[in-house]
Design a protein around this ligand. Sequence first.
Ligand SMILES: C[S@@+](CC[C@H](N)C(=O)[O-])C[C@H]1O[C@@H](n2cnc3c(N)ncnc32)[C@H](O)[C@@H]1O
Length: 392
Amino acid sequence: MGKKEQDNFFDELYEHSQAKLSLLKNYAIKWMRKVTLGTFQKRCAIIDTFAGTGFYEDGSDGSPIILIREALNYYEQSQKNPNINFNKIILAFIEKDKTNFLKLKSNIEKLIHQELKIDEFNKINTHPKIEIMLTNDDFNNFTENLLKNVNSIIPTLMFIDPFGYKVLNYDNISSIIKQYDHCELIINFMYEEINRFFLKSDSPAFIHTLNDFYGPNFERIKEIVYELNDKEERRKNIINGYKENLENAGATFSLDFDIEKQGKVKMNIIFTTKNINGFDVMKESMFDICNNTDFEYHTSSPQLSLFEINSVEEMIKSLYVYLFDMFKSQKVRFFEIKKCVMCHPCIPSKYVKKALKKLEDEGKIINVEKLDKSSRRKGTFPDNSIIWFGEK
Ligand SMILES: C[S@@+](CC[C@H](N)C(=O)[O-])C[C@H]1O[C@@H](n2cnc3c(N)ncnc32)[C@H](O)[C@@H]1O
């Protein structure tokens, strides 16, 4: 992103940035609940590592305000519902630019009506299970200190949203993945600029920057990309090459989400985790935002027929075929079927019961029994059930 674009970045929230923030918000809402209710510690942290100013000049919420509002909502929900019980949510905001940092601090203070101390965990007086930390630091410096001083961390979601790619250091990203088992990353991979950069001719400075940012396979990917004229093929290679580096660092699952503007991929949001639940939930969030399992968001709606799966009905139909192909003539526990769908590259397990119901309605499931032999209502698939698939 050019200097002028960076200087004017916070004037107005553009639709492509809005799509990125919608995905962050959608996932953070689900993730906070899943992690704090599903783990023993009942704690989690979200680190917004390129936090910005909090608000855009047009009044739109930036990532820090979105995250704070959602944590406050969750706390308020927990006060009304005794089944929702968590211990702590930490929200940390890292911002390098002094002016932006001070704006951010003041914007958050106005939102929560409380003064905040820098570099300290500030409990929100009105919502004491939520703590905010503000740091005026550089991403690489912050992560290097974190890696040096903290051996293991509570479940953490890190949002990495730089202006460009040059400030991102692959060694730091890969060290986070290697060192922390419970840290998920959402990276704004500035595809438009990265693609341009890949097509530049070689120079020592170029090789140095690309190596630092992209990771070990950059020379191989660059050679492949240089020969390709098809922009879709180029995109696939650049994104998959980077995901390969993340996976080699130890990330078990990754997903990517294209944000297109005027027919070109503007940015690509890369998600990486070692946790199958996180992977499953992110598939759901991506679908919620773009309504297709290609995970492509278009700032002006394309023809829906572009995508094979572009509605929940299509997704259930596709899962129906997938499950029958996988399990026909077999007797399988529900839990195994769910696990298999959780690993599906783009369909979330949320729809597994609907697909099973359709299979039963159409006679492709011939019997369902609960393991404790208690009775079961037709069309329901309890967690302790065993399912017989027919032959055809
Ligand atoms: C794209 S903006 C972030 C927007 C914000 N995430 C949002 O959605 O509201 C990038 C921000 O990162 C800050 N920044 C730039 N280089 C940085 C670095 N090395 N470490 C931390 N912050 C940095 C910039 O000052 C800018 O405020």
